[in-house]
Design a protein around this ligand. Structure first.
Ligand SMILES: Cc1cc2nc3c(=O)[nH]c(=O)nc-3n(C[C@H](O)[C@H](O)[C@H](O)COP(=O)(O)OP(=O)(O)OC[C@H]3O[C@@H](n4cnc5c(N)ncnc54)[C@H](O)[C@@H]3O)c2cc1C
Length: 461
């Protein structure tokens, strides 16, 4: 059994890399065990674009200020109060020092974005996206002497009383084991284990698409929970959005999102509408559509728009289905043509004065006497060609995870596990009970990854 490592880190995404660099800089000999092959390293982190950062003065790509209380209030709005205030404020406060730390470890940021939903003040965008960030971190980690083993799937951590005594993993299919002094779990959520999702959600979860890596299957999470390690969160809670129904089962990433819902009607497979498509501006509503579609028969929805709305939203990666008539569109989408025509006719008849129409503001152009109503951007669907997209639920990440304290340390009911820490998605439920704030996933991973790296290295020495 090899035991020359001070710190073994399970996972190869943002949280793992932040932990690895921090531990290596503190003098520890660090090994990363990454389940994915090298070209797919970096988990969900490689799909990201930005992180949310507190700042008391303009900082790098971030303009103006974004103070702790405003950040925390934004978080409370989306989680409906299901937030651990102590850990959330810790993540928020520490995010400020992360920006220069990230730059010092190889991350480049894009110049601030103007005109995009005020994100220029709150979210710093990575040059080259998450892939650029992950590649930069691997380069820096390797320079610091961190060793990386790809295609190394951790299967079991042996917990004896309050100590992890062995890490079992397979490499190239062969079983291996190491006994490092410290262990950090940074192996993400369990969303890629469809059976687990189905146990939590019911059979309908088999129709969900997973927006990120197929390697986050919760193997280590399940193993630790089975051994009595303290958990947090509800297995049905996750971040889920409605994405293009033609996206691949895994790893479709950010490009599969669709922004056309506010300018459309959305129907289920019976060609019936089921929710107000214009309830609010899209950034405030896109995250609820994952669950709305999940509740429909076969977990599928269909967006219907006409020619005048085609250029009002970000172009889709796959072109829309196009037809000269609604009947033909219904046939191409597999919807009942009569019912779709009736639904559109009913919707069109409920539309009123469309002259105040404004695509980027709540314009109050609403339907009258229709259930469900459409509260904004309600214009009749009349102008051929007609276009359609299918929608499916795309799961970003699950929230059931390992409960940690402010030192990112895991515990059992008997107290802390002396050499086990967790960071990133796998402990995000310690902070987020429900809901999600854009860019906060990378903040949690960076802040707690660094804390875990520091603590694990200190324990090892
Ligand atoms: C499409 C998309 C876009 C997103 N955009 C953003 C964004 O812009 N900003 C933001 O803050 N968040 C975003 N998120 C969420 C964000 O990706 C996560 O919060 C963050 O990347 C989590 O980092 P992590 O290191 O915990 O997990 P990951 O980056 O997913 O890393 C987990 C790692 O663990 C490895 N692993 C899993 N099981 C094992 C095992 N048994 N043994 C060994 N290794 C294992 C995986 O291979 C992977 O490398 C996005 C997510 C998706 C899917």
């Amino acid at each position: 059994m090899i035991s020359q490592y001070d710190v073994a880190i399970i996972g190869g995404g943002n949280a793992a890399l932040c932990a690895a660099m921090t531990a290596a800089e503190a003098g520890a000999r660090v090994l990363i065990l990454e389940a994915a092959p090298k070209p797919y390293r970096g988990g969900n982190s490689r799909h990201t674009r930005n992180f949310r950062c507190m700042h008391s003065k303009p900082a790098g790509p971030l303009v103006e200020t974004y103070c702790e209380d405003e950040y925390f209030a934004d978080l409370m709005k989306v989680t409906g109060g299901k937030t651990d205030e102590h850990l959330a404020r810790l993540a928020i406060r520490r995010s400020e020092e992360c920006l220069p730390w990230m730059q010092a470890h190889g991350v480049h940021f894009q110049p601030s974005l103007s005109g995009t939903l005020s994100l220029a003040r709150t979210n710093a965008f990575f040059m080259g996206g998450g892939k650029g960030l992950v590649n930069a971190y691997y380069r820096t980690a390797e320079r610091l002497g961190v060793e990386v083993l790809y295609e190394a799937v951790v299967t079991h951590l042996e917990l004896e009383e309050s100590l992890i005594t062995r890490v079992d993993y397979t490499h190239g299919g062969a079983p291996n084991a190491i006994s490092p002094k410290s262990v950090i779990v940074a192996s993400g959520g369990f969303q890629a284990d469809i059976d687990w999702l189905a146990r939590a959600w019911g059979e309908q979860a088999r129709n969900f698409l997973i927006r990120g890596t197929p390697y986050n299957r919760g193997v280590v999470l399940a193993d630790l929970l089975d051994q009595g390690v303290e958990s947090v969160g509800d297995p049905t809670q996750c971040h889920a959005v409605a994405i293009d129904g033609r996206a691949p089962k895994f790893d479709g990433g950010i490009v599969t999102r669709l922004d056309c819902v506010p300018f459309s009607i959305v129907v289920n497979k019976h060609a019936e509408r089921f929710y107000d498509e214009g309830e609010d501006v899209w950034p405030k509503r896109y995250a609820i559509w994952g669950r709305l579609v999940a509740a429909q028969p076969d977990q599928v929805g269909y967006v219907i728009i006409d020619a005048k709305s085609l250029n009002l939203f970000m172009p889709s990666v796959f072109p829309p289905i196009k037809a000269d008539t609604l009947e033909e569109l219904a046939e191409k989408l597999g919807l009942p043509p009569d019912r779709l025509q009736a639904t559109v006719a009913e919707f069109n008849a409920a539309c009123g004065d469309t002259s105040p129409f404004h695509p980027t503001e709540l314009d109050g152009v609403a339907t009258a006497g229709l259930t469900p109503s459409k509260s904004n951007w309600a214009r009749p669907i009349t102008e051929p060609p007609f276009y359609g997209y299918s929608l499916r639920t795309g799961v970003t990440f699950t929230y059931l995870g390992l409960k940690v304290d402010e030192n990112a340390q895991c515990s059992t009911r008997n107290g802390p596990i002396r050499n086990l820490w967790a960071a990133g998605e796998t402990m995000a439920g310690s902070i987020l009970g429900q809901g999600y704030l854009a860019g906060f996933g990378m903040t949690i991973g960076t802040v707690f990854g660094r804390i875990a790296g520091r603590e694990a290295a200190a324990h090892a020495s």
